[in-house]
Design a binder for this molecule. Structure first.
Ligand code: NAD
Ligand code: LMR
Length: 329
């Protein structure tokens, strides 16, 4: 193998998403079937033994692309030379915890990780934050990494995007492969807005194909936005394989680009487009080319969409204010 391996750091490696993610990275699905990878696993001390067990299983797969696995509980070690960082490990909300407590607990994780990325990652580092609250955790990490271009920090809304594709496919009977240009706007939370007004189903405008605003408002949007909670209710645990799949999709697209005539959704730093305050990490319609995401410009935003985008962005602004007041950004 002549290509230099790409170093991929995964935090929360011993968790359920980690378990669904690592084998797919090592098999070449994250970056491409010809790209060798070195894995760096970051866990808290209590998670190290389980991470070692996962590393043993990775060894046992004898993946031709996997060049090495390092495990650490020190972010400075785990992010050393990282080209791609998947920040999955986060503090889940537990009983009696207020939103502010959750933001503070996660600040204690994402601020030092952002600093470690700033100080030790490779110059081309790309960061995807999966751990919730993903958008604001990404903002905290980004603020702690002033030497890294802000646009290298992204938050995952690809799972929401994929959920929306699937629901629209079921409604219209069109295969997922024929649905293009869907958008998730805003926060990865129940306020997110899955938008079909610019989407196409087999080349026709999706909103016209559906032709049912009540279904959009009362079924489609809440089904997509509350899917995470529905999975927790059904499975007794939050989504893991679908979340790992979306993380793979997000990074693969970021590195290898979007198809002509299509876009995807990702939480990226706002440049003020569509009235989203600059600096917020909010989900937008994005294309990817040459390893860069770009926000799709020039879309008309109708009244139905405007209200919903604004509501989700308002929540992101409140989260930003809360972490600012906690001194996390
Ligand atoms: P999990 O509890 O199974 O695993 C989390 C792992 O992170 C644990 O092994 C824990 O030890 C580790 N961890 C905690 N703090 C850490 C730290 N400071 N450094 C390194 N590792 C640390 O959780 P999971 O099901 O794998 O989910 C992980 C996160 O992803 C959660 O916050 C969840 O809400 C979120 N999530 C996001 C999306 C999305 O679409 N953005 C979807 C699903 C889940
Ligand atoms: C999801 O969308 O499945 C998760 O973000 C839900 C959660 O709270 O972990």
């Amino acid at each position: 193998m002549t290509r230099t391996p790409v170093t991929v750091t995964v935090t929360g490696a011993a968790g359920q998403i980690g378990y669904a993610l690592l084998f797919r990275i090592a098999s070449g699905q994250l970056l491409g079937a010809d790209v060798p990878v070195t894995l760096r696993l970051l866990e808290i001390p209590q998670g190290l033994k389980a991470a070692e067990g996962t590393a043993m299983e990775l060894d046992d797969c004898a993946f031709p692309l996997l060049q090495g696995i390092d495990i650490s509980d020190d972010p400075n070690v785990a992010f050393d030379g990282a080209n791609v960082a998947l920040l999955v490990g986060a503090r889940p909300r537990t009983k009696g915890m207020e939103r502010g407590d959750l933001l503070e607990a996660n600040g204690g994780i994402f601020k030092p990780q952002g600093k470690a990325i700033n100080d030790h990652a490779a110059d081309d580092i790309k960061v995807l934050v999966v751990g919730n609250p993903a958008n604001t955790n990404a903002l905290i990490a980004q603020a702690a990494a002033p030497d890294v271009p802000a646009e290298r920090f992204t938050a995952m809304t690809r799972l929401d995007h994929n959920r929306a594709l699937s629901q629209l496919s079921k409604k219209t009977g069109a295969p997922v492969s024929e649905i293009k240009k869907l958008t998730i706007w805003g926060n990865h939370s129940a306020t997110q807005y899955p938008d079909v007004f610019h989407a196409e189903v087999a080349g026709k405008n999706a909103a016209e194909v559906v032709n049912d605003e009540q279904w959009l408002a009362d079924t489609f949007i809440p089904t997509v936005a509350k899917r995470g909670a529905a999975i927790i209710e059904a499975r007794g645990a939050s989504s893991a394989a679908s979340a790992a799949n979306a993380a793979i999709d997000h990074v693969y697209t970021w590195v290898n680009g979007t198809a002509a005539g299509d876009w995807t959704s990702a939480g990226v730093v706002s440049d003020g487009s569509y009235g989203v305050p600059q600096g917020l990490i909010s989900s937008f319609p994005v294309t990817a080319k040459d390893g860069k995401f770009e926000i799709v410009q020039g879309l008309d935003v109708n009244e139905f969409s405007r209200t919903r985008i604004d509501a989700s962005v308002k929540e992101l602004e409140e989260e930003r204010e809360a972490v600012r007041n906690l001194g996390l950004i």
